[in-house]
Design a protein around this ligand. Structure first.
Ligand SMILES: Nc1ncnc2c1ncn2[C@@H]1O[C@H](COP(=O)(O)OP(=O)(O)O)[C@@H](O)[C@H]1O
Ligand SMILES: [Mg+2]
Length: 369
């Protein structure tokens, strides 16, 4: 089934004060009905992207399209989006019903329709029967649901959620992650969710945009981004990683930690300096003779499902290993991994350049057959 593009950013830049570029030539497409996450550290521009979509601020340059039409100058109330803010921004002096009804009243919807729509929205978020409660009588999770009901009651095409779970404690946050994801599936509308929490992003999203310093570093499914980080920032930000310096000897052969290893990467220059990523769970511990890298265990922590071992090789590189086997501190062990567990990253490569390189060796495979 072909997906319909609902929002498009074309080379959008944003400066608030004519000084720093908060967003630097950002381009992306949002498709209908999917759950998107903007993921990145504080200050990277996530909220600014949501504000541009909602119309609360203007782009300094570039185009923003909604259903194919340029909306750069369209006022917020004409846009088919609703925002759920970080602090929910509920009206404390209004009860649950009136909070949810607020947008409908502004649009002068008839009283009977308001009753029906509010009831439906509250039922959707499992708050039927709470109509007359005061906001102060609602728990954190319930307030969250009121905020969502207030957004969905307006039947927007897109809901923007700015770190809506960050105020909740861990247990409630996990429960709300399931709830939100389930709600998005049932509603079938597009969610654009903002978080700085990588686990949250991996668990919830169809697509993730990883942002840093006003640029999209990488976009893709959680699996794409976890398995194939394209640069040090993404590898470091998403999940735990071992990142060491290396040299690409030639296609399919890389050296690091003082040795040469077969790998699956290609399209780099001979003897190009690179960074190499191996995930802690992709390394197995074995005897020194059998291991590809020879290390000494420097610390061990039991994490319930696995042991977390910190090891040091002969070149003083540190290796974090997740293993179901334990190994005592001070012992010499071997680390084993497959050639496909080695991810070679070209230093400073952008997502575009990475994609082009991938495409170019796709063609190479075809001609070899
Ligand atoms: N209204 C504003 N005026 C000036 N600078 C702003 C304004 N809003 C945000 N910024 C700056 O823009 C950058 C990105 O902010 P923001 O989009 O809120 O980041 P995030 O949501 O990822 O934490 C930050 O450096 C922030 O200080
Ligand atoms: Mg923010």
């Amino acid at each position: 089934m072909e997906q319909k593009t609902i929002i498009q950013f074309k080379d959008v830049s944003k400066q608030y004060d004519n000084e720093t570029l908060v967003l630097d030539n950002v381009s992306f497409e949002i498709e209908q009905g999917k759950f998107y996450t903007l993921l990145g550290p504080s200050g990277c521009g996530k909220t600014t992207i949501l504000r541009l979509i909602a119309g609360f601020t203007e782009a300094s340059s570039g185009e923003i399209l909604f259903n194919g039409k340029k909306i750069n100058n369209l006022p917020p109330n004409k846009r088919l989006v609703n925002t759920v803010f970080q602090d929910y921004a509920l009206f404390p002096h209004l009860n649950v019903f009136e909070n949810v009804a607020f947008g409908l009243r502004i649009r002068k919807v008839k009283e009977k329709a308001i009753k029906e729509k509010v009831k439906q929205a509250l039922t959707f978020v499992n708050l039927a029967g709470y109509e007359n409660r005061e906001i102060s009588e609602m728990s954190g999770g319930q307030r969250q649901r009121v905020a969502i009901a207030r957004a969905i009651v307006n039947e927007p095409q897109v809901i923007l959620l700015d770190e809506p779970l960050s105020a909740l404690d861990l247990k409630l946050r996990t429960a709300m992650q399931y709830e939100l994801r389930e709600l998005q599936r049932r509603l079938g509308i597009t969610f654009i969710f903002v978080t700085h929490d990588q686990e949250e992003a991996l668990a919830m999203s169809d697509e993730i945009f990883v942002l840093n310093k006003g640029k999209i570093q990488q976009s893709g499914t959680p699996n794409d981004i976890y398995d194939e980080p394209i640069n040090r920032f993404v590898a470091d930000f998403i999940g735990e990683s071992n990142i060491v310096k290396g040299t690409m000897i030639r296609d399919f052969l890389v050296s690091f930690a003082g040795k040469e290893f077969e790998c699956v990467d290609q399209g780099l220059n001979p003897n190009e300096p690179v960074e190499v990523v191996i995930r802690p769970e992709d390394m197995e511990i074995t005897t020194p003779e059998r291991g590809k890298i020879h290390v000494t265990v420097s610390s061990q922590l039991f994490r319930g499902v696995h042991y977390e071992l910190m090891c040091v090789d002969e070149n003083s590189n540190e290796w974090l290993v997740h293993s179901t086997k334990k190994a005592a501190v001070g012992t010499e062990i071997g680390l084993h991994f497959g050639s496909e567990d080695i991810h070679v990253m070209r230093i400073g490569e952008t997502e575009e350049e990475f994609d082009r390189r991938l495409e170019s060796y796709g063609e190479g495979d075809a001609s070899a057959e």
